[in-house]
Design a protein. Structure first.
Length: 248
């Protein structure tokens, strides 16, 4: 892994436009449950029956119970060192933008400012009718939480099954991917569309593609470098290597 880390370290030092794409591997190392692994949150749940607009309207109690569980888990978790390293890199202009599949808001909580959340945010809730926004905790206050303005149903600020991804986040992610010189995937299986379109867009636009993930991905053969390992540990090692002055 040292060879691959050294290669990526060199590219980070010489690239003026680095874009990072993060997936569930970043969240699970903060203690949040995964969805698609053998022991993930979807193991005994059909998401189309529970995490959808239809469920909000016809299976309301179970819908709220599920999301209350997720919000309570989020309240107990914190960003890990990897999130803070990425925020520090942005502050030092080593990273220009983060595209994330995660809904935990940990990148922003760690200090990252340029973030596209492709699947929305679990840290907010909003009225299904008038769109008024609240904190996610508002959903925890009542069995059937309602909007203070219009009494409409509150829902989490995430993209539910059957909904389109937010257009503004998609447009920014597309632009940043196209303009990147180095595109780093961290902790994503790259199985979900259209999110997995962005690494391809970056590579086809001339960027180098690096993948950091604990398991194999479908795009490993397409990448310029692949690093196997836990996201936090790899980012810690990479941050140390970048911080050390290179010898000539």
């Amino acid at each position: 892994m040292k060879k691959e880390l050294s290669l990526l370290c060199g590219w980070m030092r010489t690239s003026s436009n680095v874009v990072v794409f993060t997936g569930a591997g970043m969240s699970t190392e903060s203690g949040l449950p995964d969805f698609r692994s053998a022991n993930g949150m979807w193991k005994n749940v059909d998401p189309r029956e529970l995490a959808s607009i239809r469920a909000l309207n016809t299976n309301t109690r179970e819908f709220y119970n599920f999301y209350k569980m997720r919000i309570e888990a989020l309240e107990k978790a914190e960003p890990h060192d990897g999130h803070f390293i990425l925020a520090n890199w942005e502050n030092k202009n080593r990273v220009k933008h983060i595209i994330t599949q995660n809904v935990d808001g940990f990148h922003q909580k760690a200090g990252s400012k340029s973030v596209s959340e492709l699947h929305g945010s679990l840290r907010i809730s909003r009225c299904q009718d008038c769109g008024r926004e609240y904190s996610a905790k508002k959903i925890l206050e009542r069995d059937f939480p309602r909007c203070e303005a219009c009494s409409g149903k509150l829902r989490p600020g995430v993209v539910l099954f059957g909904e389109s991804l937010p257009l503004d986040a998609l447009e920014i992610a597309d632009t940043e991917s196209s303009n990147s010189e180095l595109f780093i995937v961290i902790g994503s299986s790259l199985e979900v569309s259209p999110a997995n379109y962005f690494p391809v867009k970056a590579k086809n636009s001339g960027a180098r593609l690096a993948i950091i993930n604990l398991d194999d991905t479908n795009m490993d053969d397409y990448a310029d470098v692949v690093i196997r390992g836990k996201t936090k540990e790899v980012l810690q090692e990479l941050d140390h290597m970048i911080s050390v002055r290179p010898s000539f």
